[in-house]
Design a binder for this molecule. Structure first.
Ligand SMILES: Nc1ncnc2c1ncn2[C@@H]1O[C@H](COP(=O)(O)OP(=O)(O)OP(=O)(O)O)[C@@H](O)[C@H]1O
Ligand SMILES: [Mg+2]
Length: 360
């Protein structure tokens, strides 16, 4: 099997006068594990359906490898699709489920059976070939569905929230499994999810979508460390948000006058004095000040803590809104009084042009 790249060129999808996907161009590399991440209704499935050929974009083109896909239906594209509900055939054995698509291609039974056995071994189900789907666990059924999708040797496997029906433990286990199957086969995976943890643990790169717009396409590390918009900064991971007006700015840093006083952070959007801004700092980049004083520090009102075992989240109220400090649990967080000093370094904070944040 071999993956192919997928290119969307100026693709737009409208349903009547509603635009589900605004003009989008992006390239997914051959053999990449690529995720499309975003809240419900943002257009993720619509992107997948345009790639698989169930719908044609209103404008623009989809290429797979060198080939323009316009006019080609799903059966004529080098793609396979896995849905959330797997639709395995209950009366067929697992190997017959896997081999199902091969019969239509005129492949003889012995070859079909061998191929199905190979694929079931690939997804870790040797010994389960003659059982039926009802005799398998949820995660095992999921793997039969993956083997079945791979049977037709797609260059691109499209996965639409395939783990969402599984319980939490199984879902986490299947993350590693899926990633391993992708690595072994070299097939391009386009994985759709609204779960940022899923996207971060499995993907090479992620596209973050909001309301029909791809806001950022980047490596997982960059999506987390260098979010480009307020939405990406708050949808992926936790972030403290402090708003105000820029009072001083140079190429590297900007000072934002917040209700909690002036705070300095990286001037990512090149803002100038007088402009309004949002400053973002991740909870794990903040500290409870004792001893070394970071670039930015201020008094905050301690409200409560959530103990996570090795870590603790400390929740504060400030004049600029809620503020979370995430620290290693060193056993000194039980006796916080009403007030405490918190802070962070300027290099750990990002100043951006204001925009919509995710506040779920
Ligand atoms: N065939 C259609 N006709 C009209 N509107 C549609 C159609 N398909 C999708 N939409 C609309 O387009 C928007 C995007 O839908 P889509 O299914 O791509 O969202 P999604 O990101 O996959 O959401 P979810 O996470 O809930 O699955 C939604 O507002 C949806 O109602
Ligand atoms: Mg969807």
């Amino acid at each position: 099997m071999r993956g192919k790249d997928v290119r969307l060129e100026d693709v737009v999808m409208r349903f009547g006068d509603f635009t589900a996907v605004q003009k989008t161009s992006l390239k997914i590399n051959a053999g990449e594990f690529f995720s499309v991440l975003g809240p419900s209704g943002c257009g993720k499935t619509t992107i997948l359906r345009m790639v698989s050929g169930f719908i044609e974009p209103t404008e623009g083109s989809v290429f797979i490898g060198e080939d323009n896909m316009r006019g080609l239906g799903p059966a004529r594209r080098p793609t396979a699709l896995i849905f959330q509900n797997l639709a395995l055939f209950p009366l067929m054995s697992n190997w017959e489920n896997v081999a199902f698509g091969l019969e239509a291609r005129g492949i003889d039974k012995k070859t079909r059976r061998n191929r199905a056995f190979e694929l079931l071994a690939l997804v870790g189900l040797q010994g389960h070939e003659e059982k039926t789907p009802a005799e398998l666990s949820g995660g095992q059924k999921q793997r039969v569905a993956i083997a079945r999708a791979l049977a037709v040797e797609p260059a691109v496997l499209l996965l639409d929230e395939p783990l969402s029906a599984l319980d939490l433990k199984l879902r986490q286990y299947m993350r590693a499994e899926l990633k391993e199957i992708q690595r072994k086969t070299g097939v391009t995976f386009i994985f759709i999810t609204h779960d940022q943890g899923e996207a971060l643990t499995m993907s090479d790169r992620i596209a973050v979508m909001k309301a029909g717009v791809v806001e950022q396409v980047d490596t997982v590390d960059n999506i987390y460390a260098n979010p480009k918009t307020p939405f990406v900064a708050t949808f992926v991971g936790e972030n403290n948000v402090l708003q105000g007006k820029v009072t001083q700015a140079d190429k590297e840093y900007a000072v934002v006058e917040t209700p909690q006083g002036p705070l300095r952070g990286l001037n990512q959007d090149g803002l100038s004095a007088g402009e309004t801004a949002m400053l973002f700092v991740r909870p794990e980049r903040t500290v409870l000040v004792n001893g070394v004083i970071p670039d930015n520090s201020f008094e905050a009102h301690f409200e409560r803590r959530d103990l996570e075992g090795a870590y603790v989240n400390l929740f504060f109220k400030t004049d600029a809104g809620p503020f979370i400090v995430h620290e290693a649990n060193r056993g000194r967080h039980g006796d916080l009084g009403g007030a405490a000093k918190v802070g962070f370094n300027a290099g750990d904070a990002i100043v951006m042009r204001p925009g919509e944040v995710d506040n779920e």
